[in-house]
Design a protein around this ligand. Structure first.
Ligand SMILES: [Zn+2]
Ligand SMILES: [Zn+2]
Length: 138
């Protein structure tokens, strides 16, 4: 069940633009870039600037509602609802399509660290290449 079905998020002022951004993210099964979200909000008939979408997204990320996934050395970021799942993605270098990975390459990996007492809480894995469509175009 999404946030739109419950009371509005505590501690966040409710605006139509924020609602629109959230409902776009809720309705998507794949992570979206700020540009994608902006285009979708506009398609739904709401006037919004890309800079506003970024500000809303940063707010949601800070509040833990939305997860930001940075890829390609932070050159590209996508956002998705924080569903508290452990997931990784691959990104197409040509069209920037984001493809979900079904497994975790780090699952059985034990890092050899100089600090034996280092307590590992998470990891990032970045896979990039060309999606089916881009790979067959030339
Ligand atoms: Zn592609
Ligand atoms: Zn993993």
């Amino acid at each position: 069940m999404g946030y739109s079905n419950v009371e509005w998020l505590a501690g966040i002022k409710k605006t139509r633009q924020r609602q629109s951004v959230l409902s776009v993210l809720e309705g998507s099964s794949v992570p979206l870039s700020a540009g994608d979200i902006c285009a979708q909000v506009r398609k739904d008939g709401e006037k919004v600037w890309l800079s506003t979408v970024y500000r809303i997204l940063e707010l949601f990320v800070k509040k833990g509602i939305v997860t930001k996934i940075s890829m390609l050395n932070n050159d590209f970021a996508v956002y998705e609802m924080n569903r508290f799942e452990h997931k990784h993605y691959a990104i197409c270098l040509s069209c920037r399509k984001v493809v979900q990975m079904d497994n975790c390459p780090m699952e059985k990996f034990i890092p050899q660290l100089e600090d034996n007492d280092f307590y590992v809480t998470g990891h990032k894995v970045e896979i990039y290449g060309y999606c089916k469509k881009c790979n067959t175009q030339g």
